[in-house]
Design a protein around this ligand. Structure first.
Ligand SMILES: *[C@@H]1O[C@H](CO)[C@@H](O)[C@H](O)[C@H]1NC(C)=O
Ligand SMILES: *[C@@H]1O[C@H](CO)[C@@H](O)[C@H](O)[C@H]1NC(C)=O
Ligand SMILES: *[C@@H]1O[C@H](CO)[C@@H](O)[C@H](O)[C@H]1NC(C)=O
Ligand SMILES: *[C@@H]1O[C@H](CO)[C@@H](O)[C@H](O)[C@H]1NC(C)=O
Ligand SMILES: *[C@@H]1O[C@H](CO)[C@@H](O)[C@H](O)[C@H]1NC(C)=O
Ligand SMILES: *[C@@H]1O[C@H](CO)[C@@H](O)[C@H](O)[C@H]1NC(C)=O
Ligand SMILES: *[C@@H]1O[C@H](CO)[C@@H](O)[C@H](O)[C@H]1NC(C)=O
Ligand SMILES: *[C@@H]1O[C@H](CO)[C@@H](O)[C@H](O)[C@H]1NC(C)=O
Ligand SMILES: *[C@@H]1O[C@H](CO)[C@@H](O)[C@H](O)[C@H]1NC(C)=O
Ligand SMILES: CC(=O)N[C@H]1CO[C@H](CO)[C@@H](O)[C@@H]1O
Length: 873
């Protein structure tokens, strides 16, 4: 949602910094063992100190971690420079493979030090840093790699630009920020320093830089036309994971090995969700639910935005507009109808002595502290607020306690999931001159009395020794043993935390503007300067743990606005506060491809019909049809926007009925994709080139995508258009709606007269798609429907697919799951695999598509063991 103040501060940063005067480093003491290489790097001559102080001594560590993953780390010998805490992002285990069997090779030049990564066999250079000196200063780290001409680079989100990134004068800035209207070419809510470099027939690889500090990544060309990508970072170490691919999906899977497999989502989360900021009372909210039913549009989940809160305090309800007993009634009713309820939890905690969430947090010492030991204060919805320090020792217990009290099924609100917003973190204080009490007065809350200052030494926490530290990592890294003798990797002292000399291109202005001040320390002694981009990740980790503790065997559902690498293993993501424009409708596809294809956050989608602005009927109809083919499907609008529930327009209602009908019939197909994603890292939504990696025409496509590996979605993209031109690769396809065969020719196709309730969708030949025979008004009811198996033979006449079944909600389903594979050899459909999930639902028909009319065989094949269905030709 939107902040009270819109800041227009935008300062263009220099696209490329001059580092030519810097001396670079010289490598020595090179120890080249079979699966590791280490070296010392020393500053080659006098420091240049362009944006800080050059560090004289660095270490290089190279590990051949797996056949396909090479880890390269350059860090300070003193181990003082901040490194992302292992408990926040656990590192993958190192399998110590021999370099002789690895798909990637590391080599270095000693003086001036540079390194390159090549593909074994072909020797193709994937990464080479020799065109620019390595600069490693107290507040500036610089590294540049060459790229081929016209490279196909994807990822580096969160952004609202094209999926394939521009190659000239393009900059990605990472500094998580509240970003209403999702401005183009700007830092948005999340940080994912991973890019996928696709080189057609020679393959794809990935480069992940595990660094959470503010940075600018420049993609540009030198005056002589050499293409490069460079990192300009205001802190942290160079911690690279090179992923060999060679297929694009291989890169996705290998990235998941580093940052974690996506969390498995419950079946119901694929239902249709409705939300709006501005459902001003519980009756209004209930009426929305009722109106969906009356309109015969299936609504799975109602969402509660901050409206429900008393004085905008989390874990409270407004006694008049959302009295607890009415809320309980609402949720009971929803549950009895097979529907769900999700509520918002913001991190800004109202600083009020009569607010028990705050006072309990105070007692446990969970809030971020100012330098005098008092709570660090700022402004959020409730007025003057404090923010949890998610890594302080008691914060998890405090948050879990608040969640279990407020969401107690017996006495509180029995939610089905939690929504974490404003967690960049957003602060309505515009800058460091802010007096929170004064600014808060603009809101509806009086300033609260200040707390007595506390002893700041060692941040004392009641009941704990002064030097108490957060849980040590469960997966010790390579540096762990050195920690006792070396530094603590918590950040160099004596830095300018407000105005580092290298100024990243943060569209909000300075580092501390509209967020937590960069000089605030966390409980473990690290600074917000270094950990800013991790605030959202640590919040959703804590929320997920709390939900798990509340319902230990149910999959927690957390939706987050802010994210960092690895967020998909903990939460779903929506693309924030977009606008009701055709442009934001279109860009939602590029955003989905970034999150589902590259960033490993598969449960993703936009605010359908747009959050800000005024949703237009025809635009909303198109967006509804598009949103129904994205993993996360929610209509959501701002309080300042007019209502945009699907039932409000006849056209949109018809589009919604049709879209949801298709979505629900395909729900098990998508759920199977989700299972695959959560167990292997295979994407749940694919860029077209992932499936046609050698077809250059597909590399730039970001207005079409595959929902799962079989369903190609090609929406109308132009404003108010009734025709669309889309690309069909050289392959066989079948129209999803008419089942007609469509021979793709590796050309664009123009389709005219696309009605306002229509969206072009194709089934890719070579696939078997399980559908429910009919839709239902809830996903619970849907699970009772039988299956129809649709066989879409490929050019070779063959096809394959799969169907995953379980109870839809348990965290650990044990053996109670079925993973059924389907193969079609031209005459027989074979179903094989595991059949541990017991169900009365059967396969009721098998339909084979082809040049003639589809051929259907009806029957009743139980899903308790292998079966075959033969078609005579
Ligand atoms: C790899 O080597 C490291 C350090 O030598 C060791 O701690 C780790 O256990 C090894 N891992 C495997 C899988 O052998
Ligand atoms: C960097 O390395 C590449 C490939 O090895 C080589 O072609 C190029 O000349 C080198 N550039 C510089 C500036 O040394
Ligand atoms: C629900 O429908 C009724 C009848 O059309 C209408 O008066 C009311 O405004 C609608 N409420 C909401 C919240 O859409
Ligand atoms: C769905 O339909 C069933 C049967 O018609 C009805 O009992 C139930 O209340 C409906 N649920 C919703 C959410 O509309
Ligand atoms: C706390 O105090 C404020 C200011 O006096 C008041 O408006 C609010 O209702 C109180 N809250 C509770 C939960 O008593
Ligand atoms: C952070 O900076 C603010 C504004 O200059 C200052 O008031 C405060 O004392 C500093 N806090 C810490 C923890 O250094
Ligand atoms: C800080 O924000 C206030 C309020 O918007 C503004 O008046 C002031 O000029 C800002 N100060 C700086 C240093 O940007
Ligand atoms: C602050 O705490 C430290 C460590 O617990 C203690 O040594 C010191 O005396 C305390 N200072 C004050 C002013 O209370
Ligand atoms: C947001 O969209 C509305 C139309 O819905 C438009 O009038 C407005 O200009 C847009 N604002 C921005 C900042 O794009
Ligand atoms: C804030 C912002 O970036 N808005 C974009 C909205 O969409 C138009 C195109 O329709 C872009 O030009 C704007 O930049």
């Amino acid at each position: 949602m939107r902040p009270l103040f819109a800041l227009a501060a935008f300062v263009a940063g220099a696209l490329s910094v001059s580092v030519e005067d810097c001396p670079g480093y010289t490598a020595s003491n090179i120890v080249d063992a079979d699966s590791t290489l280490t070296a010392d790097l020393t500053l080659s001559s006098d420091a240049c100190n362009i944006y800080g102080t050059d560090l004289p001594g660095l270490k290089l560590l190279v590990e051949y971690q797996t056949d396909t993953r090479l880890h390269v780390k350059i860090y300070d010998a003193g181990l003082d420079v901040y490194q992302v805490q292992e408990h926040i992002l656990p590192r993958p285990s190192n399998q110590n493979v021999s370099s002789s069997v690895a798909a990637l090779q590391f080599s270095l030049i000693e003086e001036p030090f540079s390194f390159s990564i090549t593909r074994s066999g072909s020797g193709e250079v994937l990464f080479n840093t020799n065109s620019s000196q390595l600069v490693f200063e107290s507040q500036f780290v610089h590294l540049r790699t060459q790229l081929p001409k016209d490279p196909n680079i994807y990822g580096l989100g969160e952004h609202s630009d094209s999926f394939r990134l521009p190659t000239e004068k393009y900059q990605r800035t990472f500094w998580n920020s509240e970003s209403p209207f999702i401005p183009r070419h700007s830092n948005l809510y999340g940080t994912h320093p991973i890019y996928l470099d696709h080189r057609g027939a020679s393959g794809s690889h990935g480069v992940f830089l595990l660094n959470a500090n503010g940075m600018d990544i420049n993609i540009d060309q030198t005056d002589s036309g050499d293409q490069f990508l460079e990192y300009n970072i205001i802190g942290g170490v160079l911690d690279f994971y090179f992923l060999a691919g060679p297929s694009p999906s291989d890169v996705s899977r290998q990235y998941a090995e580093v940052v974690g497999l996506p969390a498995m989502m419950s079946y119901w989360t694929f239902g249709f969700h409705q939300c709006k900021y501005g459902y001003w009372d519980v009756n209004y909210a209930a009426e929305v639910v009722a109106n969906y039913s009356t309109a015969n549009i299936p609504l799975e989940t109602l969402w509660g935005d901050i409206d429900y809160m008393n004085l905008r305090q989390v874990f409270t309800t407004d006694p008049e507009r959302f009295p607890l007993h009415k809320m309980r009634e609402l949720v009971d009713t929803l549950h009895s109808r097979g529907q769900r309820y999700v509520m918002m939890l913001d991190p800004g905690i109202h600083r009020a002595d009569n607010y028990s969430t705050f006072t309990r947090g105070e007692e446990k010492g969970v809030f971020l502290k100012a330098d005098d030991g008092s709570d660090y204060r700022g402004v959020q919805w409730a007025g003057e607020v404090v923010w949890p320090d998610w890594i302080a020792p008691n914060t998890q217990d405090w948050w879990t306690n608040e969640i279990s009290l407020f969401f107690d099924p017996e006495t509180g609100i029995d939610i089905d999931g939690a929504w974490n917003d404003m967690n960049e973190a957003s602060n309505f204080c515009p800058n460091i001159t802010c007096d929170p009490a004064l600014v808060a007065r603009l809101g509806n809350n009086p300033p609260q009395p200040t707390n007595p200052p506390r002893n700041n030494t060692g941040r004392p926490i009641p009941g704990f020794p002064d030097d108490f530290q957060p849980e040590p990592s469960t997966q010790p890294g390579n540096l762990r043993s050195r920690q006792t003798t070396g530094g603590q990797m918590k950040g160099l002292p004596d830095r300018d935390l407000f105005n580092p000399k290298y100024r990243i291109n943060n569209h909000k202005g300075e580092l501390s503007d509209s967020t937590l001040y960069a000089n605030i320390t966390n409980a473990d002694g690290t600074y917000q300067y270094d950990t800013h981009n991790l605030y959202g990740l640590t919040m959703i980790t804590t929320t997920r743990n709390s939900l798990l503790s509340r319902r230990p065997n149910k999959r927690p559902f957390v939706l987050t606005r802010s994210s960092f690498a690895g967020a998909g293993s903990r939460a779903a993501h929506w693309f924030g506060d977009n606008n009701s424009t055709w442009s934001d409708y279109r860009v939602s596809i590029a955003q989905l491809l970034g999150f589902a294809g590259v960033h490993q956050v598969p449960m993703a989608g936009s605010d359908v019909c747009g959050f800000n602005g005024v949703a237009d009927e025809r635009m909303c109809a198109r967006w509804t049809l598009l949103g129904a083919f994205m993993p996360f499907f929610r209509n959501h609008a701002d309080i300042s926007a007019p209502p945009q529930e699907f039932y409000l327009w006849d056209l949109v209602a018809r589009a919604a009925r049709k879209a949801i009908d298709a979505r629900y019939r395909l729900l098990d197909y998508a759920y199977t994709g989700m299972y695959r994603a959560s167990t292997t890292g295979e994407p749940l939504a694919y860029p077209v080139f992932f499936l046609y990696p050698e077809d250059e025409e597909t590399f730039g496509i970001d207005t079409q995508f595959f929902y799962g590996d079989a369903i190609l979605v090609s929406p109308v993209t132009e404003d108010y258009a009734e025709s669309v031109t889309y690309y069909l690769p050289d392959d066989i396809f079948y129209d999803f709606w008419t089942l007609e065969t469509v021979r793709g020719k590796g050309e664009t196709v123009t389709r005219d007269n696309v009605g306002w309730t229509d969206i072009p969708v194709h089934i890719r030949g070579g696939t078997v798609v399980p559908l429910r025979t009919e839709s239902a008004n809830t996903t619970t009811a849907l699970r009772e429907k039988n299956f129809q198996i649709v066989v879409a033979p490929g050019l070779d006449g063959k096809a394959k697919g799969s169907l995953y079944l379980d109870d839809g909600d348990s965290l650990d389903v044990g053996d109670a799951k079925s993973d059924i594979s389907f193969t079609w050899d031209g005459t027989t459909l074979k179903a094989d695999g595991t059949f541990g999930y017991s169900t009365d639902v059967v396969v009721e028909s098998v339909m084979v598509l082809g040049d003639e009319e589809p051929v259907t065989r009806n029957g009743s094949w139980p899903l308790d063991g292998p079966f075959e269905v033969t078609f005579q030709s």
